[in-house]
Design a protein around this ligand. Sequence first.
Ligand code: PLP
Length: 361
Amino acid sequence: MSFERDNIQRMQGYASGEQPEDARTIKLNTNENPYPPAPAVNRVIQDFDPVALRRYPPPTADTFRDVAAALHGVSRSNIIATRGGDELLRLIITTFVDPGRLIAMTAPTYSLYPVLAQIQDCPILQIPLQTDWSLPSNFCQQANEAGAALTLIVNPHAPTGHLLDAATIASMAAQLDSVLLIDEAYIDFVDPSLQHDCLDLVHQFDNLLFLRTLSKGYSLAGLRFGYGIGTASLITPMLEKTRDSYNLDLLSQKIATAALLDQDHARQSWQQVRLERQRLSEALLAMDLTSAPSQANFLLVNVPVTIGISAASLYLGLKQKHILVRYFDQPRLDDKLRITIGTRTENDQLLEALTQLLATA
Ligand SMILES: Cc1ncc(COP(=O)(O)O)c(C=O)c1O
């Protein structure tokens, strides 16, 4: 006999990317930052007195919220700190979407979204992206007509790296009847020359929320720390009603605050990633492996049939050589590999391994 709710029994859980523990594997599969976190993080850990763990942590992580608010030019009431961006996604769904109401998203998208929708017993509408991975022009109309209560957009998009500009985001917020979550997990890797910044829009739209994470841009995926930015009327119910009472432990609050304060360190890693993204995409192109223009810390690499080896086989071949990349066995992605930008050395090893695999194909 099963005690699971019907929707939980029907669903599959989220399939995390492989996380091998051996040090020799080159991990280019889960979009982690290849560079270390800020030195200030080391200092926080070294100076941390475990006696402080006797007490509960600050419930709403206000020191962190103040630092994030100052960084983004908003006020504390516009920020909620969460256990990774993933907790924010769960809070948004449980706070704003009744079970049975529809959640709109693109296809493809972050594969956790459908899983979280199923947990809340919500149907999803997946609207296919166009061939260049841009949004179809009637995206908002489709979401509205289907009665979406929430729309989830990743920007820059995963798994393609495609960037929607601020004017598009503003127009979506204006058109949609639903709450609009712009998931900016990869925003730090956007080329600064584009001067991309959407956060001002939180003052204009009461249905617009942004997700940020320290997992990628701040090299802290293992910490589990993210935050949401939005108008206070969206932030407050999550902060005061649906959040776990002490959702963030004391040490991670201190580490996250220190990391966010060291913008210089973080920016250097973003710039390195961008330079390597450019170099890697050019080197792959020279091997007939084209990739979609990416503003994120990964490339979605096309494996054409002319190359004589499938994307699935290439993924396995790389794995045998202890290089992990991400293969999605789903329509429109099954002839592609998503490759996280590594360090220069890691990327060189990847290119060398690909050269060997293609030579024997
Ligand atoms: C698109 C997207 N959003 C959100 C997240 C959540 O990241 P985290 O929970 O590590 O902050 C991820 C992680 O891979 C992601 O790819």
